[in-house]
Design a protein around this ligand. Sequence first.
Ligand code: DC
Length: 218
Amino acid sequence: MEQFHVAIDGPAGSGKSTISQNVSNETGWQHIDTGAMYRAVTYWALKLNLNLADENSYEFLNKIDIKYLNNKVFINDIDLSSVIRSDDVTQNVSLVSKFSFVRKKLVEIQQNLAKNKNIIMDGRDIGTVVLPNANLKIFLTANIKVRAKRRYNEKLNNGQNVNLDELINNINTRDKKDSSRIESPLKIADDAVIIDTTYLSIRQVVEKIIEMIERRRK
Ligand code: DC
């Protein structure tokens, strides 16, 4: 049977990564979290102390090796998965990901990862740019308070100090930047199925997606 590509897009906190990972566990298909790649590039640029606002700074991408393997992201074979969720990276990743030079590099890697494979890929531009011919496109949404509360609980569980209002502000700012950038902004693909996860459990969303995959594979 031909390969099956699932594209899952949506704003911060809409449940993309958790839901994609659950769909991946059920189908046995690889999950690729493209946000992790933008975060890894941001981490690296911060580490190199570069001027993040200058597109020329990202020429270092021509000299490094970025890999995504077994749900982990690597630069030059260093596993960055545990350092890419820091506040510093989160606050700067929308700036880094607006540059077309950065996007071109990462989109190429993402398209190669999807070649000849069944895949579940999540991000902001998967259904619109990375996999425009995906067999199933999902756009996840949820109300801002619910999205912020999810992040709040995640951070509390990790023992981090958090303020809910601050999180709401940060998520709103990031969504605005991600949706208003010129280069492949966060937007709903014309042929995407929109799922509002505000009042749904993870399980309910996963079941809906699995049903859609089964229907489309028949
Ligand atoms: O999914 P996430 O919150 O880890 O993503 C971090 C940032 O990366 C997000 O704010 C915008 C950017 N991103 C992007 O521009 N395109 C993608 N396909 C995935 C993420």
